[in-house]
Structures are given as structure tokens and as C-alpha cells.
Design a protein around this ligand. Sequence first.
Ligand code: ZN
Ligand code: ZN
Length: 298
Amino acid sequence: MSDPSNQTVLTITLLGTGSPLPDPNRAGPATLVSGAGEHHLVDAGRGVLMRLAAAGVGPGMITSVLLTHLHSDHLTDLNDVITTRWVMGFPAEPLVIAGPPGTKEVVDHLLASLAHDISYRIAHHEDLVEPPAVEVVEVGPGTDGPGEVPVPGTVAITCEATDHKPVEPSVAYRFDLDGASVVVAGDTVPCEGLDRLAAGAGALVHTVLRKDLIAGLPIQRFQDTCDYHSSPEEAAGTAARAGVGTLVFTHYVPAHPPGEGEPWRELARPHFDGPIEVGDDLHRVEVAAPSAGSDGGA
Ligand SMILES: [Zn+2]
Ligand SMILES: [Zn+2]
């Protein structure tokens, strides 16, 4: 009798499935990929620490933070991750943040904006003598393949460029652990980099926007968003080309009431044969190595 606890799996937790639009039911963009006792946080949108708490992961348990791009909705709460990990750590391990070029400048400015708070806390707590320890690594595609993402842990992480122009650069991340694999794409239109990175992955987490609803809105600023996001149909096309196991949607624009995501699946279905997860915040998907079989979700 096989013991399921021996299966190597990566677990995806959709922490925040919202977008820039404030939503009482959806935190901002953030996805957790866990495996081998590690927790890698992809993006840090609105409310990320609340959702991490609900998932049983404290700020000190985060192995790395990986930013897909520098749009504000994907990093609004990075300051909360930095500060709370620092204040709640005894002492806190350095926080490693990876992201495309520009990330170091953003983090430096974030730390500068926290300078008053940092000085108050150091003045007040005798055992708090150093400011938050943060290490930034800027990443991008390699010269002839995915780029390495040198963060702590045993899960192998690589990245490729995505296409979210004029937001440049932007990247997607791939996580590999003993045959189990997960790719998390940020905002992007279909592109070669994502096709390459996602090839054969057990699961692809993809942000989606309903162009059938947004394109007709009489507000130019909403219409503008159609040209740098993927529709569910396009995300499904990417999943099919790459031959991924399970397609996981997140970052719904416009957001639907929780539990009413079926129309997204129906739009995608003609373009992808595999399981399509349309989860709300805190939805989990477990991804096993192919030999052990793949579970579509939980
Ligand atoms: Zn974006
Ligand atoms: Zn976004």
C-alpha cells in the first residue's frame, strides 16, 4: 500500500485572486508555491499577509519572494512582508526578494519610505538593533534558455521573459521538485518565453481578463487593459501549446462572485483538454510528479 505522504508534490495556494480593483472577497495578486518544507511567494498584492495567515504561513516562514513585474497591484504589500517579518523575527532571517531588473530600486525606495518606522522600532526595542535584512536578486531569461533564480531552498526555480508591454521586463517562474513542476505567470499576453517555460509543466497558474466583457466598456482606461493581458481562451491556448497538466486561473478581471467562476472555464474549455481550476482566494492545487499521477485540485 503506497503512502500518499511520500509523494513529492508542490502545492499551489491562490492567496489573492483579485486585481487592482478593490474587492471585499479577493486579495490582490499573490500565489504561494510550497514544497520540501519551503514556501515561495509569487507577488505580494493587497492583503497578502492576511491570506498567508489563513494558509498557516507566517512571514518568517517565507523562503523567497518572487516578483513577476513591478506593477503596483503585484507588490502593494511587499512593505508589510518586509516589516512584519523583521518585527516578528527573533532574529529574522534575511528576506530574499527576486524580480526583474528594477526590483532593487523599488525595494531600496520601499526601505527608504520605512526609515521613520525602522528608527522608531530600533529606538523602542532593546533587542532590535539592525534594520530589516533584505537581499534582492534581479533575474531574467538566460542567453539560451530559462534563467536561474538563485534563491534559498532546494526547489529549483527558473524564469523566462513574458510579454506585458509596456511593462518591461516581466517574468514567469517555474518550480521543479523531483519531477513535480509548477509555472506561475504574471500578467502577459501569449508569448514564446512562457510557452518554453511552461512546456510539460504539471500546472500553469495564469492571470486572466475577460476581453469579451472589458472591450465593450465605454471607458478607455478599461479598454486599454485588453492589450497586455490574456483572455481565458488565450491562457488555455498557451496551456495547450505547452502541454501542461492543469491550468489554474487567477487575477480575475472583472472579478466574479466567489464560487461562480464556471463561465471562465466554459470560455477556456474549447482550447484546452486538461483540468481547469477556477479557484477563489485560498484555493489549493496539489501537483505530483507525473509517475505518481497528478491530482487536479483540492
Ligand atoms: Zn501587470
Ligand atoms: Zn496585474
